[in-house]
Every structure is written in structure tokens, then in C-alpha cells.
Design a protein around this ligand. Structure first.
Ligand SMILES: Cc1cc2nc3c(=O)[nH]c(=O)nc-3n(C[C@H](O)[C@H](O)[C@H](O)COP(=O)(O)OP(=O)(O)OC[C@H]3O[C@@H](n4cnc5c(N)ncnc54)[C@H](O)[C@@H]3O)c2cc1C
Length: 460
């Protein structure tokens, strides 16, 4: 590091209330760990703002020293865009506060909050909004790319519930973005990722949910996959929007309700979530049990916050991960056949194929209402390549790529930016579809020099 740069870092340290970490500082290595263990990057400086006032001086510092900028919410992004090499990482680990105005049903959320932080604070008032299914995910990256989860059928995407955001743009201005203020910027933020500025606060509309919901799993033998998936497809078409049933194909984890001889065998899992009254949900799910002869099930009333953490043990940080994803408007025979074929040759015990059912409220928003364009998507399919050692990289990545290719003819156009890997920059225009040109125009207005390019980048 040059003397000039280390002098500038010292000045920055003096100017901020938050922490400024250089490679020799305690806490630096801890701060550069992210969810996907395949990503190993060393920023020149990691700035952990104490509040929003620390952000503009950090952007100014980076630009004056011609350093690249990356922004970290909770570090879950599969592409590893939270970190850069030799640049400045703005890390929101120390800004995780969630304030709830229960009367107005609004949550004010700092960008380092995880879904667990968000759900914990909102559920104290019996409120929630749709977010993802793994509680350690960051609200910031999830929201900026779209965001879907168990409540999406009923209440839409996370961005459909975003009311406003506070943003620091590349020129250091702090702007409020909402339908009333800087409406074009607000349009771009809802799906446009981190391309337009650094968000220092989100405001979300909340809905009454739980606190108890009906949720759980039914596990079927893999040999019955075709029958189970075919019946699932029929069921999903007319299932009420309070009910979300997803599909996961993987090797059975050592769940206590499964007999030991099923552990490690390929299975079809139906995770189930009902947002309405528990007793009504019990009746609705009865027919799911008849899709085949289940190995077992574990379903019951439980706190919404517990269900939001149910998949955490399978998605813990520290493993190597490579994902691929398609949207589907329907699950055709070809789609089901390719899913079953590749679930039959999983290259590691942690690899899985999951299909999330998101049809409902999200489809009733116009494709040009905000940056996220794919309002026809009924299902999102994600290929989770996941394994432990570098020696398995080639085999697991090849499996994910081959399945992605085999299932592509049955998918709809477009992609979910939050599931895209680093190498998929060629898919960014497709991911925004007909909204891409407008996003480029707005990128030119808000970030003409592409200061914020560690993301699924929209080039000005
Ligand atoms: C295990 C797992 C489960 C998941 N489940 C779901 C799910 O159920 N539903 C779903 O929709 N998605 C899901 N995702 C995808 C998830 O939405 C993305 O990985 C998202 O990017 C995570 O946000 P983050 O803040 O944790 O990520 P980070 O890696 O910290 O950030 C991702 C990117 O977002 C941008 N960004 C972050 N914070 C800011 C900010 N304050 N201002 C401007 N830009 C910012 C930056 O470009 C950054 O590179 C899952 C991901 C994982 C790994």
C-alpha cells in the first residue's frame, strides 16, 4: 500500500463514526468472509458504517483514490459481489436495526439486517412481509433483486411491498426514493440490484401474519418422483394463495422423523406453508399425502419465525456453491423429466434442485411497473450445486450446468438476478427483458461512470 493511500485511510478513519479495516487490522479476515466459500477476495479497505452519514465520505474516498467499490448487505450473494479485490468494501454488518411502526404497519430497516433480524422485529407485532426462506440472507441484496418466499403467493415479491428507500448516489447525494420522491430511481431500485446507489434504509409495508402458521415437510421416495410431481403440478394450479407448496429433490438429510435407512437416499420433499388459519390449512393439505406413499412427514402449527429458519441448517455458510436458475410459466412434462433425470445423478450429498411456487399476487403487477420484469413467472427453479472441497468443483459445476442446459427449453425467458453467478453477466439484459433500455437510461442518469459495478451490472 502506498504512503499516500495509507494517509488517506487514516484521514477516512478520523472522519467516520464507523470502523475502517485494513488488511493488517484485527477483524479484517472475519469481515471478508461471505456465504459462498468459493469466493476469496481481499479489499484494500473494509468500511463498516455506524450510520448513513458514513456512506458519502466513503464513496468520495474511493473515487478520489480510484478504488473500486463493492457493497455488502449480509454477504449471501452467490456471485460474491459483496467483496472486491484491492478496492473498498462498504460492509453494513454494524447497521442492522429494524424499527417497526405497528400502527402504520411499516418497518424501517437498515441495510445490514438479515431476514432473521427483520422477521424477529416485525413478528413481535404479529406482522411480516414476503422475504426469503433462509434467515441469514440479507434484506438488502434480496430486496434490490426482487425477493420471494413463503408469503409471495399472497403478498407478492419483497419489492412489491417496498414503500421507500434512502439512497446515497455516486455523487454523494442522499435521496429519498418512493412513488412520490425520485420516482424513476424508485422504479429502478425495485429489481435493479445495487446499480443505482447505496441504500441506507428500506421502508416496507407489513401485513398481519401468524404468529403461528401451519408448516412442515412431507417426504416421498424418489422412485415415486414422476407421480408426485405430476400430481403436484395439477394441485398447484388451483391451490389457494394462502398455501405455498414447493418441491425439493435431494438426498434425505438425517431428519428425526425419517427412518435411518432413508437418510442419504434420494427423496422428493414437499415443503408446505399455509398463511391462513391452521385448521383450514390442515384440511387443504390432506390431499398432498395421497400424492404417493410418503416416507414420513413433520407438519404442524409453529411460530412463523421458526419456519423462516427451518432451512438454515442445510444452507449454512462455509460450503462451496454454484447455482443456476430458470423461471417457468408452467411445469411441462419435459421440465419434470429433466428435473427427475438430474436429481437422479446428484454429484454431492448437499446438491439439490428446488422449485419455488410464486404464482399469485406477484403476477398481478404489470411487467413495466418496476425494474423486475418477469411477472409471468409461476415457478422459480434453482439448481443448488453445493459441496465441501475444491476437488469436487469440476464435477459439481458440470452437473449444474448440464441440468441448466437440459431444462432450458421448458423455461420462460428471463432470469432472477439474485440467483445469477459471476460468469452470467451475459444474461443481465435478458434478466431485465423489456425494462433493460429504461434501466440503462437511468444508470446513465444516476451512475454515469459505473461506480457501482460489483453487481449484475447494467452498463451505462
Ligand atoms: C442460502 C440462500 C438462500 C436464498 N434464498 C432466497 C429466497 O428464498 N428468496 C430470494 O428471493 N432470494 C434468495 N436468495 C438469494 C438472495 O436474495 C441473494 O443472494 C441476495 O443478493 C442476498 O442479499 P445479501 O444482502 O445477503 O447479499 P450481499 O452479497 O451482501 O449483497 C448482494 C449485492 O446486493 C447489492 N447490495 C447489498 N446491499 C446493498 C446496499 N445497501 N445498497 C446497494 N446495493 C446493495 C450489492 O450489489 C451486493 O453485491 C438466497 C441466497 C442464499 C445464499
Amino acid at each position: 500500500m502506498t504512503t499516500h493511500l495509507s494517509d488517506s485511510i487514516d484521514k477516512l478513519r478520523g472522519a467516520l463514526r464507523g470502523r475502517v479495516l485494513s488488511p493488517n487490522d484485527n477483524g479484517y479476515d472475519e469481515a471478508r468472509q461471505i456465504w459462498n466459500a468459493m469466493i476469496d477476495r481481499r479489499p484494500a479497505v473494509i468500511v463498516q458504517p455506524a450510520d448513513s452519514a458514513d456512506v458519502a465520505p466513503t464513496i468520495k474516498f474511493a473515487r478520489e483514490n480510484t478504488l473500486e467499490i463493492s457493497v455488502r448487505g449480509a454477504g449471501h450473494n452467490i456471485a460474491g459481489n459483496a467483496l472486491c479485490n484491492d478496492g473498498v468494501t462498504i460492509d453494513f454488518s454494524n447497521m442492522k436495526r429494524v424499527r417497526v411502526d405497528a400502527g402504520k404497519k411499516i418497518a424501517y430497516v437498515e441495510p445490514g439486517a438479515t431476514l432473521a433480524d427483520f422477521d424477529g422485529a416485525t413478528q413481535r407485532h404479529g406482522l411480516a412481509t414476503p422475504v426469503g426462506i433462509n434467515s441469514t440472507t440479507g434484506i438488502a441484496g434480496l430486496t434490490l433483486g426482487g425477493g420471494f418466499g413463503w408469503l409471495t403467493r399472497k403478498y407478492g415479491l419483497t419489492i412489491d411491498n417496498l414503500v421507500a428507500a434512502e439512497v446515497v448516489t455516486a455523487d454523494g447525494k442522499k435521496l429519498r426514493a418512493s412513488e412520490q420522491d425520485n420516482a424513476e430511481l424508485f422504479w429502478a431500485l425495485r429489481g435493479g440490484g445495487g446499480n443505482f446507489g447505496v441504500v441506507t434504509q428500506f421502508e416496507f409495508a407489513l401485513h398481519p401474519v401468524g404468529p403461528e402458521v401451519l408448516a412442515g415437510l412431507i417426504v416421498f421416495p424418489f422412485a415415486q418422483a414422476k407421480q408426485v410431481l405430476t400430481r403436484y403440478r395439477q394441485f398447484a394450479v388451483s391451490a389457494p394463495e394462502d398455501l405455498s407448496v414447493w418441491v425439493v429433490l435431494r438426498q434425505a438429510p438425517p431428519l428425526p422423523f425419517l427412518s435411518q435407512n432413508v437418510h442419504g437416499k434420494e427423496v422428493v420433499i414437499l415443503p408446505i406453508f399455509y398463511a391462513g388459519k391452521v385448521a383450514e390449512g390442515q384440511k387443504l393439505i390432506e390431499q398432498l399425502r395421497a400424492f404417493g406413499n410418503p416416507h414420513g412427514e413433520h407438519i404442524g402449527a409453529q411460530p412463523y419465525t421458526e419456519w423462516q429458519k427451518a432451512f438454515d441448517p442445510l444452507l449454512a455458510p462455509g460450503a462451496r456453491n454454484y447455482w443456476k436458475s430458470h423461471n417457468f410459466t408452467e411445469l411441462s412434462d419435459g421440465a419434470l423429466n429433466s428435473i427427475i433425470e438430474y436429481a437422479g445423478k446428484l454429484p454431492s450429498p448437499q446438491c439439490e434442485i428446488f422449485v419455488g411456487h410464486i404464482a399469485g399476487a406477484a403476477n398481478r403487477v404489470a411487467p413495466d411497473a418496476m425494474a423486475y420484469a418477469h411477472r409471468d413467472a409461476q415457478f422459480v427453479m434453482n439448481v443448488h450445486g453445493r459441496w465441501d472441497t475444491a476437488a469436487q468443483d469440476a464435477r459439481c459445476i458440470e452437473w449444474a450446468r448440464a441440468f441448466f442446459k437440459a431444462s432450458a427449453p421448458y423455461a420462460s425467458a428471463g432470469a432472477y438476478v439474485n440467483f445469477m453467478t459471476e460468469e452470467e453477466s451475459g444474461r443481465v439484459a435478458a434478466a431485465y427483458g423489456s425494462n433493460y433500455d429504461r434501466l440503462v437510461t437511468l444508470k446513465k442518469r444516476y451512475d454515469p461512470e459505473n461506480v457501482f459495478h460489483f453487481n449484475q451490472n447494467i452498463k451505462p
